[in-house]
Design a protein around this ligand. Structure first.
Ligand code: C5P
Length: 408
């Protein structure tokens, strides 16, 4: 399955680096063309000579030639290699390299290459249990997942330090199986599909400094964009004001108001195969926007009334226009959830609706997890257990993947 595939193996400084010659040998046996890139620390655990010999390619390590008098002629090697690669695996990925990737550092050949790569990036963290469990490492791994990297969870067991817990590099067969899944398309079932995702809140200005808006972190929509892109879709993400990193290989358009979101979605919709409206669009906007900051009433005796006008229902407008596109909406309900969600499904001409109740533990705006029920046009509603927003995103995509296959 890996025959002819261009794979870059990034080896970093952890004890599990001693297993990488076998990993290279197994990848080559599967037919892959493997280029090894090492960090300086990795050379403390396995020699470049060993990895060059098994990969039959010179191992790369330095960004710059050893001496300026000896130009190598390889001026843009990191970019050339980044374009050559069909998959980039970092194994073992040390806590240090995970942190660097999460923050976009490019201080050695490997991290520079990772920044430039367009192909799927797979990171296999392996380190001592306390370093792995450290909350900074965990936050960095979450950031990598949210940015669209594939993370292979380490195995639990005895570690080099004698401690026990998660941190071991998985069995090589498991690593290879994971790569095959990514490369052979079992996880790229949305290849060739164009998916438009909306995310975050909209802010409707009252005056130059104040706004009316909904609570929404945008995480659910960003997870959807990330998951769809990992499954091969061409994703455009229209986002309200959020502070989240753009998932790899998605086109992001930032908007502030419902009217701006409407304009962007309306313009992009005709060429899309699916629209997933996870944005928490403000239903109302101030009827007029004050040109200057509204002054506070210093006496405190009178309040302030703001007159609101209704915003357009973006999803409903597109539901009435759609040809054979797949439309997914969200319903945030605090009472009579199923009944209200079903009503919206039919009123807005949707193919599926995702119901959530922010009152449930582990669901809602600022959490990394969600608890949802997915309601399709036919079939009974599927209530999912509490899971990460990324996993919820994949469940939603599982719901629409067969429709997308059949209609377009
Ligand atoms: O009717 P309700 O606002 O509960 O429906 C929620 C769904 O409709 C969400 O998918 C949301 O993104 C979408 N919506 C919209 N335009 C609005 C309000 C909600 O597209 N003005």
């Amino acid at each position: 399955m890996l025959r002819g595939k261009h794979i870059i193996l990034g080896v970093t400084g952890g004890i599990a680096a001693y297993k990488t010659p076998w990993l290279v040998r197994d990848l080559i046996r599967e037919g892959a063309d493997v280029q090894v890139v090492m960090t300086r620390s990795a050379t403390q655990f396995v020699t470049p000579l060993t990895l060059s010999t098994v990969s039959k390619r010179e191992v790369l390590m330095d960004l710059f030639p050893p001496s300026t008098e000896e130009p190598t002629g390889r001026w843009t090697e990191h970019i050339d290699l980044a374009l050559w690669a069909e998959l980039l695996l970092v194994a073992p990925a040390s806590a240090n390299t995970v942190a660097k990737i999460a923050h976009g550092l490019a201080d050695n050949f490997l991290t520079t290459l990772i920044l430039a790569a367009r192909c799927p990036l797979v990171v296999s963290p392996a380190m001592d249990v306390d370093m792995y469990r450290n909350e900074v490492t965990q936050a960095n791994l979450v950031a990598l997942k949210e940015a669209g990297c594939h993370i292979i969870e380490p195995e639990s067991g005895e570690l080099a330090s004698g401690l026990k817990g998660p941190g071991r590099l998985p069995e090589l067969a498991r690593l290879i199986e994971f790569l095959e899944k990514i490369l052979t398309g079992s996880t790229r079932d949305l290849a060739g599909k164009k998916i438009l995702v909306t995310a975050g809140p909209t802010f409707e200005p009252i005056d130059p400094v104040r706004f009316v808006g909904n609570r929404s972190s945008g995480r659910m929509g960003f997870a959807l964009a990330n998951a769809a892109s990992q499954r091969g879709a061409e994703v455009t993400l229209v986002s309200g004001p959020v502070s989240l990193a753009t998932p790899r290989q998605t086109t992001r358009i930032d908007v502030r108001t419902a009217a701006e979101m409407m304009a962007a979605v309306d313009r992009l919709f005709p060429e899309q195969d699916a629209l997933i409206m996870s944005a928490a669009v403000a239903d109302y906007a101030p009827a007029t926007i004050a040109e200057q900051k509204i002054k506070r009433d210093r006496s405190g005796s009178s309040g302030l009334s703001i007159s609101l006008k209704s915003n357009p229902d973006i999803l409903k407008a597109l539901g009435s226009k759609k040809t054979n596109q797949v439309l997914v909406g969200f319903a945030l309900e605090t009472e009579n959830g199923l009944e209200n969600a079903r009503k919206k499904l039919s009123e807005k001409n949707l193919d599926a609706i995702v119901l959530n109740d922010p009152g449930v533990e582990g669901a809602g705006f600022e959490t990394a997890t969600n608890v949802v029920t997915i309601i399709g046009r036919s079939g009974s509603p599927r209530t999912l257990p509490k899971m990460s927003k990324f996993d919820v995103a994949n469940e939603i995509l599982n719901e629409i993947a067969p429709i997308l296959k059949s209609v377009r």
